[in-house]
Design a protein. Structure first.
Length: 168
């Protein structure tokens, strides 16, 4: 059995809403589902993988020394900077993006039409406590994630709506 699941280092960030679509985050979620502590690691660029590796190793050493028992995935985003330019680590929340502006039709090798959604929309919520802000300011962002995507605050609203429209 492994001690921990590390997914990544992904080429490009997984910030804000990106976590919903991220294969890197999904692999960490699967590891967590199987009962392992899990990290999803992404580099905000394509150059300083050594920085992301050093940060990841530092976090892994800390986890070996003192396990973190949150039952959560740690989504780690590393600025694409040399290690000596990283300002530190911030624990953050996910920001959000505006919707993507383009849907680009393409054809697969069999001639079927497929649609690529992108590039991603601009930042919508990039407040000072977000993953976007941390990475933009030169900090490593660590966002604890959990698997439950339920919008608990909307459950009563949806239930009331179903009753009011006669469905349910």
């Amino acid at each position: 059995r492994p001690d921990i699941v590390v997914s990544g280092i992904n080429a490009g960030p997984n910030l804000g809403d990106d976590v919903i679509y991220s294969g890197t985050v999904a692999a960490a979620m699967e590891g967590r589902h199987l009962g392992f502590p899990a990290l999803a690691v992404s580099l905000d660029g394509h150059k300083h993988y050594d920085t992301a590796a050093a940060v990841t190793c530092s976090i892994l050493r800390a986890l070996c020394k003192e396990p973190l028992r949150t039952g959560r995935i740690l989504n780690i985003n590393v600025p694409d900077l040399p290690l000596d330019q990283i300002k530190g680590i911030r624990v953050t929340r996910c920001g959000s993006r505006h919707p993507a502006d383009q849907v680009i039709p393409q054809q697969d090798p069999r001639g079927n039409t497929l649609y690529w959604i992108g590039p991603p929309g601009g930042k919508c919520d990039a407040g000072p406590d977000t993953d976007f802000a941390a990475v933009d300011e030169g900090y490593v962002s660590i966002t604890p994630l959990h698997v439950d995507l339920t919008a608990h605050s909307a459950q009563d609203v949806v239930s009331d709506w179903l009753n009011s429209v006669g469905v349910g």
